[in-house]
Every structure is written in C-alpha cells, then in structure tokens.
Write a protein that binds this ligand. Structure first.
Ligand SMILES: [Zn+2]
Ligand SMILES: [Zn+2]
Length: 346
C-alpha cells in the first residue's frame, strides 16, 4: 500500500471508484481484470455494483480492496447502488427497496438520477432510453451526483460518422460537470435534514464490446474509466490490513460523506480542503473554510444550497460566520474538477 498520509491535515487519503459492472451483469471483465485495471489506475479500493446481482466474491485482488454492492435495477427507472447488503434485492418499487436496503443494514445511492435531462443525442439505432430517479420525493440514503458513462451517453454526438468517432475517441471531452438539476436536488435533500445526505461520483464502467460499427471494439476500458471520476476518501486513521475492518472503514467513510469527488481526467492532484468533507464543526470565532488547489481554478462555495462565493484563485479562505451546510465546487477552465460533500457548521 502506498503512503497516503496528508501530513498537513493529518489525514489519510485513499482513492477509489464506485459503480462498476462485471461479467455478472452487463460488464465484460472478471474480478481479476477489473482489480488489475484499478491497480494500474492507482486506486486503493473499488465497489463493483452489478445489476441485480451480488455474485462477485469480494476481497483483496491485485492489492486492491474489492467491495461488492448491487445496482438494484428496475427495467425503466430508479436505479439504486446498494452497499453493505447481505442478500440480493429484486424489486421495482423504490420506496420499498430503499427501506429493504436499510433493513439489511446497508446503504444506498440514487444512481444517475437525472439521466437524459440534458440529452443531446444517442446512436439512432439504440433502443436505450434514459433511466431516472422518477419520484424525487422518495428519499435515497445518498446521491450519485456525477456518472461518467451516463453523461457521455447524454452528450454523445451521432450526427455523422466523424462526430461519432470523436465521441468514442475523446470520451472525456463529453463529460463536463455534474448535472445542475442533480446538484439542486441534492442541496434540497440536505436542506431538509440535519444529517448529511452524502454524495458519490460513479464511473459506471462496463468495458463494453461494441459490435455495431465496422469492427468489434472494446470501448472505455476499465483502466481508462478508473482514471476519470474518483472518490478520494479522507480518513483519520489509515486503512486496516484486515479486509472486514477495511471494508467497514470505506463504507462508513462514504456514509459520512468523507469523500471528495474529483475527475482525474481534468487534473490529477486533489485540492486540500479543511474542514474535510462530511465533517461537523462548531461555529466559533476565526473559523475558516480553507481551499488549496493545484492550479488557478474557479472556486465556488455553496451555503445551504445558495452560491455565496465564486472566485478564480489558487488558494482561498472563507471566514465562516453562519451555521449551515457548506460545500465546495472547483472548476479548472470550463471543466468541473472537484466536488466536496457538505461540511456542517453548527
Ligand atoms: Zn444504472
Ligand atoms: Zn450501472
């Protein structure tokens, strides 16, 4: 394991990817191939979430901690990434399965909740239609605020063969920032309650084999996808060597929102933000929200769902004068780069 200690903040950072499909659903990789790709992409942990399946065997593979979850996948809508459940859940009713995940001691994230809302195109011969979280009054435990593959599908340009080839070759250019509607909904959910409704970023990696065009090609390999939307888990203690404990540290960290969501296709070095994601701090004199970025970036701070700051800077400090939930968005050029979970000031 690499030394992940951030000496300045005395915390440990571990990079991971969530929302992955294997041969147990519509992905093409087995656990060995997927974990090898994760290792090559510099990840410490991954969560494989096959559609309606918990068949994958979790554990350590190629020095990567592989955790299993299930993407509860009704046919037309309401996909839910369930983590920490014991038995596979097969239900079409989101109110019911959100509850069942809790009953099993698990935790879930509404997957690609606004898929298709900004849809520009999709291959004409593809029967696929967007899968949304249709009833926004059904409260998930958490929200997948960014999904690489889902956004790529929405922005895929199939006007002609050249734009189509461009979309496949330069997929990262089609993935810009989380959908506004999702961020708005997530802020609303957070405004409604004291605790944090945590967010994750998902890759939705499949490493599809596409046979429709000229020659069969494998698009968006696992390794390539693992170098995009990444969850940087920020922990007080290093991860344990014991798999069961390590799994718990990772899932509990995600539950608490101790993960920063970054797109490594935009920049490689995560910003340093204190207090850290998901932390609760007491309002006192001279308490600051401190943001240190790797390069000049647009720093946006949202307080209780309202934008209170939008600055181009390298480093930035905001004096915290009011209680509430704060979160930070960082853009590099026009591309979304980093998104924190809320920080509670009380
Ligand atoms: Zn899905
Ligand atoms: Zn999926």
């Amino acid at each position: 394991m690499t030394e992940n200690k951030n000496k300045q903040c005395n915390t440990y950072r571990y990079m991971g990817a969530i929302h992955i499909h294997s041969i147990f659903s519509d992905g093409t990789g087995n656990i060995d191939e997927i974990s090898r790709a994760a290792k090559k992409a510099g990840l410490d942990w991954i969560i494989i979430t096959d559609h309606n399946s918990l068949d994958i065997e979790e554990g350590y593979y190629n020095e990567v901690c592989v955790i299993k979850g299930e993407e509860i996948s009704p046919l037309n809508d309401n996909h839910y990434l369930a983590i920490g459940i014991r038995e596979c859940i097969n239900s079409d009713n989101p109110a019911e399965f959100v509850k069942e995940v809790k009953n099993q001691g698990g935790f879930g994230f509404a997957a690609h909740p606004d898929e298709g809302i900004n849809k520009k195109g999709f291959p004409r011969n593809n029967k696929y239609s967007p899968i949304k979280w249709t009833n926004k009054n059904i409260l998930p435990d958490g929200v997948e605020i960014w999904n690489w593959f889902s956004q790529w599908c929405d922005n895929l340009n199939d006007k002609n063969i050249f734009s189509l080839i461009y979309s496949f070759l330069f997929g990262n250019n089609l993935v810009n920032e989380p959908c506004n509607e999702t961020l708005k909904w997530w802020d609303e959910l957070n405004a409604k309650q004291e605790k944090i409704i945590p967010a994750i970023g998902g890759v939705d990696a499949h490493a599809f084999k596409v046979k429709d065009y000229f020659i069969p090609v494998k698009i968006f390999s696992y390794e390539k996808m693992f170098k995009t939307i990444t969850n940087v888990l920020i922990l007080d203690e290093p991860l344990s060597d014991d798999f069961t404990i390590r799994k718990q540290q990772i899932t509990e960290g995600l539950k608490k929102g101790n993960n920063l969501i970054i797109n490594r296709a935009v920049d490689k070095i995560p910003p340093e933000i204190t207090p850290r994601c998901g932390e609760s701090i007491k309002l006192k004199e001279a308490e600051y929200l401190t943001i240190k970025t790797n390069k000049k970036s647009t720093i946006k701070i949202v307080h209780n769902g309202r934008e209170i700051c939008n600055k181009i800077a390298h480093n930035f400090q905001l004096l915290l004068k009011e209680a509430g939930k704060y979160r930070v968005e960082i853009r590099v050029g026009k591309k979304g780069f980093a998104y924190t979970n809320p920080i509670i000031v009380y």
